[in-house]
Structure formats: C-alpha cells, structure tokens
Design a protein around this ligand. Structure first.
Ligand SMILES: *[C@@H]1O[C@H](CO)[C@@H](O)[C@H](O)[C@H]1NC(C)=O
Ligand SMILES: *[C@@H]1O[C@H](CO)[C@@H](O)[C@H](O)[C@H]1NC(C)=O
Ligand SMILES: *[C@@H]1O[C@H](CO)[C@@H](O)[C@H](O)[C@H]1NC(C)=O
Ligand SMILES: [Zn+2]
Ligand SMILES: [Zn+2]
Length: 431
C-alpha cells in the first residue's frame, strides 16, 4: 500500500467534531498512553519491530514472524489460536465470553531490497518491511500487553488478529474463512502513514481507500503476413480499440465525483515487423470504491465485445485465485465517531484529522465486508524519519509513534466494549 501525499492537506482539513459517544472513563486513554510510553512497553515494542525488520518474510511465509508473535503471547500468558490461514495467530484477552471486538495487524514484508543504511537493516537480500507491517505487529503486541494488564476491567473479549499476506494475498479473506471471527462485533486496524507527524492520526467515515483488481486479456485473431492484412484477422488493431474503449469507462461512465481508475500497463504482440500475430495480450489494474464489482464486469464486457467488432475473440482473466479483487475500505460511521472521541481524548482534537480518499488498497476491506470496521492512519514522521513513502527501499519509521498506536488500539477496544456496546445495551433496556 502507498499513500497519496496528504501531508499538505492534513493541516488544512482539521476535523472538529461533536463526540457522539461520551467516554464513561475519561482516564483510560491517558492511562494507556502513559503505560505504552513506559520503557518496559516502549523498548519492548521497538525491540520486536527491529527483530522483525531484520528478517522480513513474504506473504504466507511469515513462519519466524508467527513464531515470535506466539512466543510473546506465551510470555504474556495470552491464549491464542495458531496456524490461522497458514501463519496467522489470533489471541484472546478478557472475559473469554461475548461480546468480542477485534484488533488487527498484518505481518508480511515485501520483495524489495532495503537501501536504508542502519543498524537493523534487513538481513535478507531482496526482502524488506517497506510497508511497516513489522511496526503493526509490534504495536498490536504492545496493545496486547496493556490489555492483559487490565484484563479484569474488560467487559468482554478483545480478539488480537495477527494476519498473514496483506500484500496482494488477501490474507484477511482467509482469516475470515476460518470462522474464528464469526462472533466479533467490530474490528479496528491501523496503518503507519509516512508524511504525517508522530502523534497525529487520520481517517474518514465511509469510503476511505479504493478497492483494486488486476486483469489480463488475450485477444485472439488470425496471424498473417503484414503485407496482406485482408487475409488475416488483426488482433493488434483490435487491442488498440479495446484499450481506447476502456478509457471511456472512466471518462463517460464513472461519476466525475467518484474516484475510479482503469490503467492498461501491459501490451504484448508480435516480435517481428512484418508479421501480424495470432494473439495480443493486454493487462492492467483498476481501482474504485463501491462500484468496483460493476467496473470489473464492464471491463470484461468492453474487452470481449469490442474485440468482437474486429472479428477477434477475447478472454479476460481477473486472477481471482492469485490476486483476488480487493474491495474498498469503508469505515462504519458509528465506529468512526467512536474512534474520533477516543483519538481526540488521547491526542487532542487538532491531532485527529480527516484524511482524503486514496486510490491505494488494503485487505482490511475484507473484514469490513462482513462486520463493521474502522481503519485509520498513524503518523510516523519526525524531523529525520518517516518521509519516504511506503513500498520505497528508503522507507523509515519514527518509532516514537508506537505508543500512540498501542494505546489507541487498547483504548478503542476497551471503550468499545464498555461504552459503545454498553450504550446499545442501555438503549435496549430502555425499550
Ligand atoms: C482455538 O484454540 C482453542 C483453545 O486452545 C481450541 O479449543 C480451539 O479448538 C481452537 N480453534 C481452532 C479453530 O483452532
Ligand atoms: C472465435 O471463436 C469462434 C468459436 O469458437 C471460432 O469459430 C472462431 O474461429 C474464433 N475466431 C478467432 C479469430 O479466433
Ligand atoms: C526520529 O525518529 C528516530 C527513529 O525512531 C529517532 O531515532 C530520532 O531520535 C527521532 N528524532 C526526533 C527529533 O525525535
Ligand atoms: Zn503495502
Ligand atoms: Zn501495508
């Protein structure tokens, strides 16, 4: 995942709001932040993150990472399920009874060669935690530690989801398929955000991050001699009109106020100057919010029908197995209000900003298809770190951000169980 530059916009869009949920225990957020800043939590999180950073593992191969998470949960005396969707781990803190609320971290690294010169640089050539999932894992462990220390106060169970394969592998979908989250009422997740100062967080209600998909089409004609086009069926010209027609999906069919993208990145034809090839391959990516599935259908229709105009046959592959369609990240409005109250309480309202919509994707969206969820960006920039975008070989994190992430995770879950669900219960009692 990569972020659009909202560094310049975040200062402009200060989100001043009316807290919808009044926290019953105002001291929780400051208490948790204080605990997250204590050396035994802060240094411990930093140590875990650096260990993970040195040994990044790619999607569905998070074996050492998973083992480290299990080891730490064992030390904290937190029970868990392991081998969830392969390498995933799901821990439990609280009453071990309903209601359940989940916190999620992803664990996978990227096939990128780290170019940052520092003590804890990746020791694996060609692999790097360039999206900050090492930090997400460390921060969720930090939250686990805080929650465990307050286990008796929890009015339900916090489900700690350490998932594999966010980067293109739809690990979230596989975690859901295990059924372990079936009783969960809500889920929270965060992503480190370069360009956003430490101590600032950003999110938005409703559509937040676009869904994305990948396509490849084979356009089949009939090859021949370039000098005798009338004896062939030319897939090159067919592919050209297909590519142009795909542009009209955005310029003529998409609502101008609705962010959508279709980009053709791949075009393969003949290798010779004088041969019309039998087939041409094109491929690319598309991004959209609520219309993503409809856009997918139209891409297929336009390719097949436009190819037919030129007497060619076309088949379209959306890589449903290898690169499944990621839905859009859609933040539940009530959870957004809850998050705003908690974050403003902890950081001050001026440090809780409304983020713009972005066209990058996150597999957190799979959870949000099945249950209410809230995803937010955690600032990780200071004077020297956190300016390079994610997925850059120069990506760095100001680790001072970790206590905010851990304390927010812990506070969101604790107050969700006590206040949000408590409120619903009270309303029911009144009826
Ligand atoms: C999860 O862990 C609990 C406790 O160890 C166990 O009883 C249960 O069978 C596990 N569930 C799955 C799906 O692995
Ligand atoms: C397209 O498919 C039809 C039906 O299979 C076939 O008859 C035709 O020859 C194909 N056309 C090309 C250009 O491959
Ligand atoms: C910025 O973050 C880095 C990495 O965590 C840290 O070493 C450095 O001291 C921080 N700088 C300031 C000015 O806080
Ligand atoms: Zn990423
Ligand atoms: Zn990421």
């Amino acid at each position: 995942m990569a972020f659009a530059k909202w560094i310049s916009s975040f200062l402009l869009v200060l989100c001043l709001f009316e807290p919808t949920f009044i926290l019953s225990d105002l001291s929780i957020t400051s208490k948790f932040l204080e605990e997250a800043n204590k050396p035994e939590v802060f240094n411990w999180m930093v140590g875990i993150r650096r260990k993970l950073h040195e040994y990044p593992e790619l999607l569905y191969e998070e074996f050492k990472t998973s083992q480290l998470v299990r080891q730490e949960l064992d030390d904290l005396n937190i029970p868990y399920n392991c081998s969830v969707a392969g390498t995933g781990v799901i821990g439990y803190v609280g009453t071990m009874k309903e209601p359940f609320v989940a916190l999620r971290a992803d664990m996978d690294g990227l096939p990128i060669h780290e170019l940052v010169e520092w003590e804890h640089r990746s020791k694996i050539d060609g692999k790097m935690h360039a999206c900050g999932h090492d930090a997400h894992t460390a921060v969720l462990l930090g939250a686990s530690k805080i929650l465990k220390a307050h286990e008796k106060e929890l009015q339900g169970t916090v489900v700690l989801v350490f998932q594999p394969a966010e980067e293109g592998g739809a690990g979230a979908r596989k975690v859901l398929d295990t059924g372990l989250l079936d009783k969960v009422k809500a889920i929270f997740g965060l992503h480190v955000a370069p360009g956003v100062p430490v101590g600032v967080v950003g999110s938005r209600a409703g559509d937040f991050m676009a869904g994305s998909g990948t396509f490849e089409a084979e356009i089949e004609g009939q090859g021949g001699h370039a000098a005798q086009p009338h004896l062939a069926i030319d897939p090159v010209v067919a592919a050209s009109t297909v590519i142009l027609s795909l542009q009209h999906l955005i310029s003529r069919e998409a609502d101008p106020e609705d962010l959508q993208v279709v980009t053709v990145t791949k075009l393969e034809g003949s290798n010779a100057f004088n041969v019309i090839p039998d087939t041409v391959k094109i491929g690319g990516t598309f991004r959209a919010f609520s219309t993503i599935k409809k856009l997918k259908e139209r891409i297929e229709e336009v390719i097949v029908k436009q190819a037919a105009v030129s007497k060619c046959n076309a088949t379209v592959n959306f890589f449903d197995k290898e690169k499944p369609l990621y839905p859009a990240v859609y933040n539940n409005k009530n959870l957004y209000a809850h998050y705003n109250s908690v974050a403003a309480q902890m950081l001050g309202p001026l440090r809780v900003v409304e983020a713009p919509q972005v066209t990058v994707s996150e597999d957190f969206a799979f959870y949000q298809e099945e249950l209410p969820g809230l995803f937010f960006f955690l600032g990780i920039m200071n004077d020297t770190h956190g300016q390079e975008p994610v997925h850059s070989p120069y990506f760095e994190i100001a680790e001072d951000a970790f206590p905010y992430g851990a304390a927010l995770h812990a506070s969101l879950a604790t107050t969700y169980l006590s206040d949000v669900l408590g409120e619903v219960k009270n309303l029911r009692d009144e009826l």
